[in-house]
Design a binder for this molecule. Structure first.
Ligand code: GLN
Length: 551
């Protein structure tokens, strides 16, 4: 007998930013807890072929998959909620879909037919979804359609959902995520925008099977009944999802409201026994009040207010969270724009009050001297420091200038003519940039590294080989490795051929924790598997926190 496969499409109504990504990931999580193998697909309406060329201030973090594909931050949310690494095929943009169809047309792949959006684009989307199901060997594929109903841009994805539902009605569920606003002057929750969204979805020939109504506070039964009637749904299929402090509790809340049961009914599946144990323990840890771990994050993508900064560094924030919980601390992050540490009146001494400092990844020259000042302060004041990618490269620059006494040492990314290019472009990258080949061309994705015994890295990983995800064009210049090592820095992780420096640190007897990684450990941090390097940093920081309090 052929194995049954199910699809869940998640579509947003009313407006963006209501947490559709987290809802989709939570639906995947509860189906997984019910014993199904689930994978999550994001269908992004952008014409960008991937997210790599998007500015993080505008679009949020670029999440790098194991394969090296640069994707939307939702892919990170999926990996964290499912506790597994996805496949490239789990991410598609309109740009990707159209490029494939056009490339096939150019190679006569359509045999002389007129190539049209319908059916060819829709077929390409469906083909990618089924391919994702095969590559993940999953039972249920959840597809989050980016954007909101009413956008022109995502119509082809909605059409793909309609056609799949038409051809396999028992295997497809459509979930609408709406929003119930509560205008302050009325003090009343309004259902109309969500009802209109459901109607707009109907106008595409698609009826929602399940409605998840987001709102500031829980919805009452009267509104549930009203929405159910307007959306052709039984009240049990209208779910209230109010704002929560701890988003990791959402799968448990959906389970409490019987969403897993309803979904399996819609999909004609047998419901397995729920297994939420480890997730529940993690959620409890997040809810418990523990002493604070105060971490300063010194970066640059903070310019458009609170929302942007959280989005640009979402994996870093979550990685710190998991590791802080694992050392019984509640993380408290303070965002500091590196520019504050520049010029005569720079406020770098304010870092003394923090338990630890992080300089995350970045590009270009803005705020660089400020970051270097922050790193120097952390080094000379024994404050635990974790450098991520650019944060590692700048840690090497700071060390080169102030300890190895290589005057004006720099990265050639900022100062192409520096006398001491301690960080330089990877040789293969030089050619690419000369031809303006920017898209998907960095050193991307998972690479192995060897770890040196007796180091912080070795203590953290407890393994001599690791695999981590990368996204960079520059590296520690091999010509300076000996000089820097002689001055006291330890390259505790290197590529297997020994050419690329993947982790840099100061010896334990010199500094409690001063470590930088050329890769992005944050991409592998998971709620149920905190990242060892972040945990080692959190441990060192919590030690300092205890001492700070005693002072
Ligand atoms: N700009 C640096 C490079 O390209 C660091 C990149 C990063 O932090 N992701 O090498």
């Amino acid at each position: 007998m052929k194995k049954k496969h199910s699809y869940v499409f998640v579509i947003g109504g009313v407006m963006s930013g209501i947490g559709k990504g987290i809802v989709s990931a939570s639906l995947g999580n509860i189906m997984q807890a019910r014993g199904f193998r689930a994978n999550l697909v994001k269908a992004d309406p952008y014409l960008n072929v991937d997210a790599g060329t998007m500015n993080p201030t505008e679009h949020g973090e670029v999440f790098v998959m194991e394969s090296g594909l640069e994707t939307d931050q939702d892919m990170g949310t999926y990996e964290r909620f499912l506790n597994l690494s996805g496949q490239s095929i789990d991410y598609m943009t309109s740009g990707m879909v159209y490029s494939s169809v056009i490339a096939r047309e150019r190679s006569l792949g359509y045999g002389g037919k007129c190539v049209e959006a319908i059916p060819h684009i829709v077929d390409e989307i469906t083909e990618r979804i089924t391919q994702a199901e095969r590559e993940n060997r999953s039972d249920i594929t959840l597809v989050e359609i980016g954007g909101t109903i009413g956008d022109y841009q995502n119509i082809m994805f909605i059409e793909a959902a309609r056609v799949l539902k038409l051809t396999r009605p028992e295997d497809v569920a459509i979930v609408l995520v709406g929003y119930l606003p509560m205008p302050q002057h009325m003090g009343e929750m309004k259902t109309r925008p969500t009802r209109i969204a459901a109607q707009a979805l109907n106008s595409h020939g698609v009826n929602a099977d399940l409605l998840i109504a987001r709102s500031a506070v829980a919805m009452d039964d009267k509104r549930r009944a009203k929405l159910a009637l307007a959306c052709n749904l039984a009240p049990a299929r209208v779910v209230s999802l109010p704002d929560v402090k701890n988003v990791y509790g959402i799968p448990l809340e959906l389970h409490r409201q019987g969403v897993d049961g309803e979904l399996t009914k819609i999909l004609h599946l047998k419901l397995g026994t729920p297994k939420f144990g480890p997730w529940e323990t993690f959620v409890k840890k997040g809810n418990a009040k523990k002493p604070e771990l105060s971490i300063a994050v010194v970066g640059k993508y903070f310019d458009s207010g609170d929302f942007t900064l959280a989005d640009a560094y979402v994996s870093v924030i979550e990685a710190i969270r998991y590791s802080a919980y694992s050392v019984n601390r509640t993380p408290k992050l303070t965002w500091i724009s590196a520019r504050e540490f520049e010029g005569k009146k720079n406020k770098v001494a304010m870092l003394a009050k923090f338990d630890g400092v992080i300089v995350p990844g970045g590009f270009g020259s803005s705020g660089i001297e400020g970051k270097l000042n922050a790193i120097r302060y952390a080094r000379t004041h024994n404050i635990p420091y974790l450098g991520l990618c650019y944060g590692m490269q700048l840690m090497v620059v700071e060390f080169a200038r102030n300890v190895a006494k290589l005057k004006d040492a720099h990265t050639t990314e900022v100062s192409p003519k520096t006398k001491h290019p301690v960080i330089d472009i990877l040789p293969e990258q030089k050619v690419l940039l000369k031809d303006n080949r920017y898209g998907a061309s960095m050193r991307l994705g998972a690479y192995p590294a060897h770890i040196k015994k007796g180091t912080h890295a070795a203590d953290a990983y407890k393994s001599s080989t690791i695999i981590e995800r990368h996204r960079h064009r520059y590296e520690v210049n091999p010509e300076y490795v000996q000089q820097l090592t002689d001055a006291g820095i330890v390259f505790s992780g290197t590529s297997p051929d020994g050419i690329l420096m993947e982790i840099a640190e100061l010896p334990k007897k010199v500094h409690p924790f001063f470590v930088g990684a050329q890769f992005h450990p944050e991409f592998l941090a998971r709620p149920l598997a905190p990242h060892p390097l972040f945990t080692a940093f959190a441990k060192a920081a919590s030690k300092r926190g205890q001492k700070n309090k005693k002072r």
